[in-house]
Design a protein around this ligand. Structure first.
Ligand code: ZN
Length: 70
């Protein structure tokens, strides 16, 4: 008789603090957020920063180009 190999691994849960709301929660070593809401909030904030950066770069490039036209 063969024993089915299980791919389910036991992941140790540790107490962590949410990087978004600061709430203490139990999660895996990799998890940084207490909930999906906080995860999406952090993801949104990160992309907002990216968007801001792109906009600023574009603004300065245009300003530089305009200054060079003189
Ligand atoms: Zn949170």
């Amino acid at each position: 008789m063969e024993v089915a190999v299980s791919f389910v691994r036991k992941i140790p849960l540790i107490e962590k603090q949410c990087t978004v709301c600061g709430k203490t929660f139990t999660g895996t070593k990799k998890s940084a957020f207490c909930s999906v809401a906080c995860k999406s909030r952090a993801s949104y904030a990160r992309h907002a920063e990216e968007r801001r950066q792109t906009r600023m770069e574009k603004y300065y490039a245009e300003k530089k180009a305009a200054a060079g036209k003189k």
